[in-house]
Ligand binder design. Sequence first.
Ligand SMILES: [Zn+2]
Length: 235
Amino acid sequence: MVNTIVLGLALRLHGAKLWWRDDDATRDTPALRQLLDLSATTKIPLLLAVIPKLMDDSLVTLVRQYPLVRVVQHGVIHHNNAPQGHKKQELVADFDSTLLIKEKQRLKDAFGAQFRPILVPPWNRIDDELVKQLPDLGFNAWSAYAHQETDFPLARRDCAADPICWGINDSRPFRGSYRTTATIIRALLQGWKHIGILTHHQDMDEQTWSYIRCLLRNLNQYYVDPDQVFHILKR
Ligand SMILES: [Zn+2]
């Protein structure tokens, strides 16, 4: 379903690597187990964005069994604070930033050495002024979607490909093999050197799982550890 030989050659030609991020983890579910098993069997490290205020102990117990998982912070409670008619956003201009610090500590306490001080804003949106505050709030980096990497005001490493076609209502169909692969190729042509693949374990249908399995298993030599992508410093 994906011509992984051609895609692999294209990655090699451009000197680019893939890395993997999954969003919206809160608890132990069959879908999350499927995802973590995929990371373990392919030996591909995974950046797992956890919603701190919605997580429970079952998530902590499960994730600790998978040393290749690096936990990062997915906002606070994934609540939409945007005015009506605007795109969904939790981290708006007047968001109480002390909540980010408090919930970061909760993740650090729960996941210990598996935690990384990286922020993944829910819906991949965050107010520009809040971004400037992130270093003072104790974050080393952040990650959203579709923007090229930058190190100002702090490291930003986005995902470039999302196999889900997010519907207007609650539909979550597969974007399709051709269209998803095309987003990877487009990133390559734009000069991306670290191409993030974004998954949502709770929202993927069987076609999406099948595509992702293929992308991980057949191209696993092209994936790098997110720690390399984000150049993590200890805080
Ligand atoms: Zn999310």
